[in-house]
Design a protein around this ligand. Structure first.
Ligand code: PLP
Length: 395
């Protein structure tokens, strides 16, 4: 008999993926240029030439047996060191190679980090709006995900609701900043207050509470700002990173877990990740991808198009009369829909070939997400369509 749990999951397909598939099918009918597809967070700018050059040089010059050989189960030592050195330089940390575990993107990083600090039945807290895949990530560990309601005025943390939600079953708190879908960048004040609550609760409950910090958008911050590094604020932090967005490499599946050297049992966590890999069949990212990324560890793609697109959309949406918090980073914007039912709103937008994602699966009602990692020219062409949609349907 096949597994009932996974069979049941087939009925709960990702809304984002379904909309993206619809947009592709609609594009085959009317030309993809005419579909304003804001569904998927797939980067629209190329990776830096230095990454391609590094890959080509490896394929051309490296010993093929070594290059395509098995990675050590905790990752290639020189790659782990390059990552640790980069984080230490950029964020004033004191990681060594032993604190770094290379993974297949942020999804792989989160799968390991969550398993390291939760047991079946434990509770993980996250904050709305949140990345919908957190549901299967947490369920896959046998833990429960509790979602703290959003502060929709700022999309920083709603601390009153957070403190009410805290209880002794919570072993991990999962944050994502810069945030998908709101674009909010948690401020230093937010991270300080979060650390203070977690420190107090650890003392009150008499056990560790780990902060799992999901950071694939770390470098996509607007107005010349930067994302304060969460692990600087709280020692029991596991940082989960991915080059999917910053280097535009989502298909290469490369990221890492970085364990704060002062976390409880810090020296055990990376070796434990190796044991988790054995059971899940993860077995490290491709050796060639680890080696190539280590050569461009401080670089990003040219990310400026995302800020250009954000400003165009923010001005257009506010001009039309949408209520919207200006994103501080990412390539998402999360306006309030023009009716309470976000799904109905997005269905009506579809009639105008505007592909918008309703907010319900992000844990917030009455909003929608636009992923503006698309050509600026298309963003500009979508603005009169958004205006027409809003005026014809909502007056
Ligand atoms: N976390 C967030 C907030 C994301 O938006 C994504 C991807 O869109 C992921 C994790 C997964 O990233 P990756 O593709 O690197 O596994």
């Amino acid at each position: 008999m096949i597994n009932e749990h996974y069979k049941a999951m087939l009925g709960g397909k990702s809304v984002i993926r379904s909309l993206s598939e619809y947009a592709t099918a609609r594009g085959a009918e009317i030309g993809y240029d005419n579909v304003y597809d804001y569904s998927l967070g797939n980067p629209s700018v190329p990776c830096p030439p230095a990454y391609t050059d590094a890959t080509m040089a490896l394929y051309r010059d490296a010993d093929p047996v070594a290059l395509h050989g098995y990675s050590p189960s905790l990752g290639i030592p020189s790659v782990r060191k390059a990552i640790a050195d980069s984080l230490d330089r950029r964020f004033g940390m004191d990681y060594t190679a032993d604190h770094i575990f290379p993974t297949t993107g942020a999804a792989g990083a989160l799968a390991h980090a969550l398993r390291c600090v939760t047991a079946p039945g434990d509770e993980v807290i996250t904050f709305a709006p949140y990345f919908p895949e957190y549901q299967p990530y947490v369920a896959g560990c046998g833990a429960r995900l509790t979602v703290v309601p959003a502060d929709t005025d700022t999309f920083q943390i709603n601390f009153n609701a957070f403190e009410q939600a805290m209880n002794p079953a919570v072993t991990a708190v999962l944050i994502n900043t810069p945030n998908n879908p709101s674009g909010a960048v948690y401020s230093a004040a937010t991270l300080e207050r979060l650390a203070a609550v977690l420190t107090a609760k650890q003392a009150e409950y008499g056990h560790d509470i780990f902060l799992i910090s999901d950071e694939p958008y770390r470098e996509i911050v607007f107005d010349g700002g930067t994302q304060p590094y969460p692990s600087r604020y709280y020692d029991n932090t596991l940082s989960c990173y991915s080059w999917s967005k910053s280097l535009s490499l989502p298909g290469e599946r490369i990221g890492y877990v970085a364990v704060n050297p002062r976390a409880t049992d810090a020296e055990l966590i990376v070796p434990m990740c190796g044991q988790i890999s054995r059971g899940t069949g993860h077995n490290c990212p491709a050796s060639s991808v680890q080696l190539a990324v280590a050569q461009v560890v401080d670089m990003t793609s040219d990310l400026s198009v995302y800020e250009t697109n954000m400003n165009l959309l923010y001005d257009a949406l506010t001009g039309i009369g949408f209520d919207v918090v200006r994103p501080g980073g990412t390539f998402y914007i999360f306006p309030k829909a023009l009716e309470d039912d976000a799904t109905a709103f997005c269905m009506k937008a579809k009639e105008y070939d505007l592909i918008l994602v309703p907010s319900d699966s992000f844990g917030v009602p009455g909003h929608f997400r636009m992923a503006y990692c698309i050509d600026t020219e298309k963003v500009k062409r979508s603005i009169p369509v958004l205006e027409r949609f809003a005026h014809e349907v909502y007056g």
